[in-house]
Design a protein around this ligand. Structure first.
Ligand code: MN
Length: 355
């Protein structure tokens, strides 16, 4: 497609990006953006921190910022306590991410996508003395974040830290090149699950549009992140879906995965990831459970529930926990005993609300 674009078309795309850029630049007050950028301007060597159990937003924010700052002559190091997951193939610069701090000094630490130092995991616990004295800039979007360091922007309206960064860079007049745009779009797309979650606003979409205008391609992120799967995972889901059962007029469903299913599918235990939500999305279902036989013979239950049902409360009765919409517990009993124990509790809970 690129070779068919005329110079006039490219100029038009660029000016569309410019107009969006102007709107986005005004989405953060100058007096809020300026102190953050003052810290960046004064620093030469900058450590960009991604939080532990990383997601593409924390990595995309750190790498995107590194790409945007490099032309300004800043020396950036991106670090995370955990390595970059293998399926994040869409992130340029992922091979530069360090899992420990290099033995050098930094003028500034930028902590991204988490507002407590403990969330940076082993990087923080191994180097507390360094962090105690470091100048820290904290950029995040989580409501629960307290904010750390010399200056923090916790921008809750941003669906992703990458959205906040897009706005901040544009407000400060820093160009966002293609590589930075890909990293930032990865953060926005994954924190909104492709613009699906409630946190998605018109501003989120505008930031996405701006980054696409800079050369990022949504499909390159969405496909490896959400669509590609190993054959063994498809086989495992096939076996689990064969076991699907329903009760309470289809308002509750459950499926089972036994050890023999993992063996037959050639699957690893983590390959059930996404299956409980898939069961919950069956029409008419208010409550879904996935029962997984553990190697020691116990049974792990992963539950999803719609309001007003509380999956955490239900799983809490069996020593588990989680959130109202998603929770889990482990029953110290065989699969068959677990089904006989857990299903009636789901039925009772549904009955209690239907009166
Ligand atoms: Mn995030």
């Amino acid at each position: 497609m690129a070779e068919r674009e005329t110079a006039a078309q490219l100029a038009e795309i660029a000016s569309r990006g410019d107009q969006l850029g102007d709107i986005l630049a005004r989405a953060i007050p100058d007096e809020r953006a300026a102190p953050a950028w003052e810290l960046v301007t004064r620093a030469d060597r900058i450590l960009l921190l991604a939080h532990e159990k990383p997601d593409p937003d924390t990595f995309g924010s750190a790498l995107g910022l590194a790409f945007a700052l490099a032309p300004l002559g800043k020396r950036c190091v991106v670090a995370c306590a955990d390595p970059v997951p293998a399926n994040y193939t869409f992130l340029p610069g992922r091979e530069t991410v360090m899992t420990d701090l290099p033995d050098e000094d930094f003028d500034l630490v930028i902590a991204l996508d988490a507002g407590e130092l403990s969330r940076y995991g082993a990087l923080y616990s191994r180097h507390q003395a360094f962090f105690d004295h470091a100048t820290i800039l904290n950029l995040d979007h989580h409501l629960s974040s307290s904010g750390i360091g010399a200056y923090a922007i916790i921008d809750v309206p941003s669906a992703a830290t990458a959205e906040l960064l897009t706005i901040l860079l544009l407000n400060r007049g820093v160009p966002i090149g293609r590589e930075a745009a890909i990293c930032l779009l990865a953060g926005i797309i994954t924190d909104t699950r492709s613009f699906e979650f409630e946190a998605t606003t018109d501003r989120t979409l505008m930031a996405g549009a701006y980054l696409v205008a800079q050369g990022a391609t949504p499909q390159d992120i969405i496909k490896p992140m959400y669509r590609m799967k190993p054959l063994a995972k498809a086989r495992l889901w096939g076996r689990a879906l064969q076991s699907l059962e329903t009760t309470a007029n289809g308002r509750a469903v459950w499926a089972v995965i036994r050890q023999e299913d993992l063996t037959a599918a050639g699957a690893t235990p983590d390959m059930d990831d996404g299956l409980p939500a898939y069961l919950k999305d069956i029409e008419g279902v208010a409550m879904a459970a996935l029962f997984r036989e553990q190697p020691d013979g116990r049974t792990r239950v992963s539950m999803r529930a719609d309001a007003p049902y509380d999956a955490a409360a239900l799983c809490g009765r069996f020593g588990g926990g989680g959130h109202a919409r998603a929770a889990g517990c482990t029953l110290a009993m065989s699969m068959d005993a677990a089904l006989r124990t857990f299903i009636p509790v789901m039925e009772e809970t549904l009955d209690a609300h239907s009166e």
